[in-house]
Ligand binder design. Structure first.
Ligand code: DLL
Length: 434
């Protein structure tokens, strides 16, 4: 009997060999069929033949969102339009959306990877899955949808919004699994309370949450409120959509990247240098099997690290990613200190009486950045003294653990606008401040 370590290293070798073979074909494909890459490779003095092993990937130029936008709408496709079966788009905060396309084979791979994600989350054929990610140009709804079918489950294509109806469908259709953003799950939780229903008494067993950064503290909040297992699913439109990486319900130790289809790297966001596994930096992906719109070294702007695989069987050779701390776009620099909304989220769960509904307001009243955390009181926290404690404690924790001074405003329950999809945690009023 070979030792487990030996099996693992064989599986890793096989995975690396598969990745390299697919990398070579994808590079040849984009060099021939994508004007942007043809030019970008030529500029870097590289031809597909120069890529002789996986680490040569570091010689290839990066791709950014700006590159995709420059070819809006369909100029980044690497196949003729008549081979594109579906289009999605991600609406950035400003300007034109980023458009992505899929061939029939791409859609099959996508469905199979979402199905794999559902399986590692504990989903079994025959289960019912309530999909509350938005349907439409956003990849969340339809991406989840076809994966549910591929997993042999029954899909309930609810989409986002109509929160009252979400609750009714959960009560009446008795789903086993829900797929939704974590922030919208909290909105659904409010609705359960509003209707006087017990969220722990539903048929739900598993929640597959993603599309926005969230913390382990939020995981515990959702798990205990609904009595379910909550796992993390990661993805981005430019690379595929939901299901680029997903977390096992047994391990709950961060999403495993489906490395048979996507090659991950972590780079120093400033120098572009590749960082070793375990170090935090910007996540970069290269498509290994995409046809319609492969991306080479796509800079996600998501900050995380790569960790060793922990799944059993052949999937165990695939690495995990740490929880996303945030996107570089969401990083606030308060008097020289880098702060992410997830850091605030983590801390507010430690404070008595504070609800997980918060908004960070940035102002610049005296030419100095100031941060105000507006956070709601929990509906059951009516006692002024404990709320004052929560407020003082949050400000103290933020000062001690993040190193910035924040003002904390406690709001009445229900004051902040609720999310129906991706939540917006920052309101930047700095340009408006005198
Ligand atoms: O949000 C795809 C998706 C849908 C993933 C449903 C998971 C579930 P985009 O709209 O292109 O695609 O946004 C991608 O969302 O670069 C991250 O910043 C963030 N994101 C996605 N999943 C996670 C996650 C979809 N699990 C951007 N944790 C990504 C943290 C996430 N951030």
């Amino acid at each position: 009997m070979p030792e487990t370590g030996m099996i693992q290293s064989t599986a890793t070798d096989q995975l690396r060999a598969l990745q390299f073979a697919n990398l070579q074909s994808v590079i040849a494909h984009v060099f021939e069929n994508n004007a942007h890459y043809h030019e970008a490779f030529a500029k870097s003095g590289i031809t597909p033949g120069d890529i002789k092993n996986l680490s040569d990937i570091a010689r290839l130029p990066f791709t950014t969102k700006a590159d995709l936008r420059a070819h809006y709408p369909f100029g980044f496709f690497s196949v003729p339009m008549d081979q594109v079966r579906r289009i999605h788009a991600s609406s950035g905060t400003t300007g034109k959306p980023t458009v992505v396309g899929y061939t029939e084979a791409d859609l099959k791979v996508w469905a199979s990877l979402v199905a794999r994600s559902i399986q590692v989350a504990g989903g079994k054929p025959g289960m019912k899955v309530h999909v509350a990610y938005g349907y439409g140009l956003f990849t969340g709804g339809l991406g989840a949808h076809y994966g549910v079918e591929e997993a042999g489950c029954t899909v309930i294509p609810m989409s986002g919004g109509q929160t009252e109806k979400q609750v009714q469908m959960i009560m009446d259709f008795q789903p086993d699994i829900i797929m939704v953003t974590p922030s919208y799950m909290l909105t659904i939780l409010d609705e359960f309370h509003k209707q006087g229903l017990d969220p722990r008494a539903t048929s739900l067993k598993i929640g597959i949450f993603g599309a926005e950064p969230w913390t382990d503290a939020m995981r515990h909040e959702i798990e205990s409120a609904f009595g379910i297992d909550a796992v993390d699913i990661y993805g981005l439109s430019e690379v595929m959509g939901p299901g680029v990486a997903s977390e096992s319900a047994i391990m709950k130790d961060g999403p495993t990247i489906w490395e048979d289809h996507f090659y991950p790297e972590i780079i120093n966001p400033i120098t572009g240098a590749v960082l070793p596994d375990g170090e935090i930096g910007e996540l970069v992906f290269t498509s290994l099997t995409k046809q319609a719109m492969p991306v080479i070294r796509y800079r996600t702007r998501d900050l995380t690290c790569l960790l060793p695989g922990t799944l059993s069987g052949p999937l165990g050779a695939m690495r995990r990613m740490g929880r996303i701390r945030g996107r570089s776009d969401d990083m606030m620099i308060i008097r020289g200190v880098n702060v992410f909304p997830t850091q605030i989220e983590e801390l507010l769960f430690r404070c008595p009486g504070l609800a997980p509904h918060f908004l960070i307001e940035l102002t610049r009243p005296h030419r100095m950045d100031e941060m105000t955390i507006k956070v709601e009181a929990r509906p059951d926290a009516t006692d002024d003294a404990s709320l004052l404690d929560g407020k003082t404690q949050l400000a103290a924790l933020v000062k001690e653990l993040i190193g910035v001074t924040a003002r904390v405003d406690i709001l009445m329950p229900g004051t902040l606008t609720r999310s129906v999809g991706k939540v917006q945690r920052i309101r930047d009023l700095r340009t408006l401040s005198p």
